[in-house]
Design a protein around this ligand. Structure first.
Ligand SMILES: [Zn+2]
Length: 89
């Protein structure tokens, strides 16, 4: 099966990833590692960590979960259109 591409709502070209028959795409982003970055409610402890402006997340102190980088790559599946989502019965 060859890869298909489709434009998302912002006009960016995305590789189509099917999930339960709905066309969507993978959004990858960087966020702080929850294993070693304890921000607490309202980020009250944020001053204890470095802020990565490029990834716009905090960097934890490092643990085995994130490979001692303090941040993790995360992937989120997003549908191209919410109208294509199956209706909840
Ligand atoms: Zn970690």
């Amino acid at each position: 099966m060859s890869a298909r591409y489709r434009a998302d709502q912002a006009g960016a070209r995305r590789r189509v990833v099917l999930q339960d028959g709905v066309e969507g795409f993978h959004l990858t982003f960087t966020r702080e590692c929850r294993g070693c970055c304890e921000l607490g409610e309202y980020a009250g402890l944020a001053h204890r960590y470095d802020f990565d402006a490029k990834a716009s997340c905090y960097i934890g102190s490092g643990c085995h979960e994130c490979g001692y980088t303090g941040k993790r790559r995360d992937v989120l599946w997003v549908p191209f259109s919410y109208e294509e989502m199956p209706h909840v019965r």
